[in-house]
Ligand binder design. Structure first.
Ligand code: CTP
Length: 404
């Protein structure tokens, strides 16, 4: 199995259909996002789309001719049947914005212009991004047509809710360009984790002392978030249990926010039965205040120490529930990396442990890169130096994929 990192997108081609809604003005930004990821984009514009954004704009940002006519007077490639050649070239069809009319035509198989002919002639997956007035969207005709497309396996990106250009409020806004680009990237990824449910814990835990103070650690959730994104991109069903972080997790994951180690333990226990793989990337507190004070501790209280107790070790607690599940732990180490991590893996009953050299620059908490080793009971699988957390996430998932 290949290592599925972002570079794989460089060889992909998207045929991008733009139909006549006001949100067509966002199309050039979508193109910029796609080409920025290395994707080749061929734009197809309907007559109505050209009322909102010009072919010259799309030609400039795609860097190639824009397709507008079913029967162009002078075809650049006169020997090609244009809609078939375009359809054959596509790894994915993206239609954004997709009007009610376009959705109705796709649902009924009507092929009366270049875009509808091309999609009908294609075998690649289709991503439709509806965008229209809220009442046109909720109309039974449109909803029935969307249902037909969903049943046929067409991917529908739900419109955003908010103020609409027509003056109405509600569902119907085209999602932001980066959201559409992310969806395209996910659909172009190799879906080698399809059917696998992954539970990922992320971030630190916060252990409250009183209403204004708490104990926490340096974890930012970056490594966990990279794992969430990579697993979602590869088709896994992902649930995240996260301590307090300043991160937006990938939009496809179900996210449960918790605060303390105790809450994280409860959430993990509750979610465990639904997962095939557990990745404990969270930096869980080992010590928690023995007593929580309901009222703020005042200067005048002359506090000289805070009594701490050990928190429950989540991995040890759930060891008896392991069954066929694949457990992955992380180890933050400053010395004896391999020996300490191996010992942790055995003690906690893990199938794999990722040990980080946290004392090293460019590794561990808050860094965009990581250095360390990946160990399984068979031995050290990998020794990595300063690799991006995104690439490390894919590497970890590659090793997991080989074992589940
Ligand atoms: N972990 C856990 N419950 C805890 C503490 C840690 O499940 N209360 C998990 C972490 O999510 C990680 C693994 O155990 O996957 C190792 O965490 P680490 O902090 O490196 O080790 P500790 O078990 O806390 O041991 P020490 O701090 O002594 O190194």
């Amino acid at each position: 199995m290949g290592n599925t990192t972002g570079e794989d997108l460089a060889a992909k081609t998207v045929v991008f259909g733009i139909t006549g809604g006001i949100a067509a003005y966002k199309a050039p930004l979508i193109v910029r996002g796609l080409t920025g990821a290395g994707i080749e984009v061929h734009a197809v514009m309907t007559d109505a789309a050209r009322q909102f954004v010009t072919p010259i704009t799309l030609q400039t940002v795609t860097g190639r001719p824009v397709h507008t006519e079913m029967f162009p007077a002078i075809s650049p490639n006169a020997y090609e049947v244009e809609h078939i050649a375009l359809a054959d070239r596509a790894d994915l069809f993206l239609i954004a914005p997709a009007t009610a009319n376009c959705i109705a035509k796709l649902a009924q198989g009507i092929a009366d212009d270049l875009l509808s002919c091309t999609v009908l002639a294609g075998k690649a997956p289709v991503l439709v991004c509806p965008s229209m007035n809220v009442n046109m969207l909720s109309n039974k005709a449109t909803q029935d047509n969307l249902d037909i497309l969903r049943k046929r396996g067409v991917h529908i990106l739900e419109p955003a809710v908010g103020e609409l250009a027509c003056g109405w409020e509600g569902a119907g806004r085209l999602p932001e360009p980066q959201r559409i680009v992310a969806e395209v990237e996910r659909l172009l990824f190799q879906q080698d984790l399809e059917g696998v449910s992954v539970l990922i814990t992320c971030g630190p835990t916060c252990e409250d002392i009183d209403p204004v103070r708490f104990i926490t650690n340096r974890s930012t959730g970056k490594m966990g978030s990279a794992l969430v994104e990579a697993a979602c991109m590869r088709g896994a069903k992902v649930k995240v249990i996260s301590g307090p972080v300043n991160i937006d997790y990938a939009p496809w994951a179900e996210v449960v926010m918790v605060r303390s180690a105790q809450q994280m333990l409860a959430a993990v226990k509750e979610s465990l039965q639904y997962c095939d793989v557990l990745i404990m990337a969270a930096a869980v507190a080992d010590y928690v205040p023995s007593v929580y004070r309901d009222a703020k501790i005042k200067k005048g209280d002359k506090l000289s120490s805070i009594a701490l107790s050990s928190s429950a070790d989540i991995l040890s607690e759930i060891k008896p529930m392991k069954e066929e599940r694949f457990y992955v732990g992380f180890a933050a180490e400053t010395e004896n990396l391999a020996a300490s991590a191996k010992d942790k893996m055995t003690r906690k009953g893990l199938d794999m442990i990722v040990a980080n050299r946290v004392e090293q620059a460019g590794s561990g908490f808050a860094s965009d890169t990581n250095s360390g080793i990946i160990i399984t009971p068979e031995g050290i699988l990998d020794d990595f130096e300063q690799i991006e957390k995104e690439s490390l996430a894919h590497k970890i998932l590659d090793f997991i994929r080989e074992r589940v």
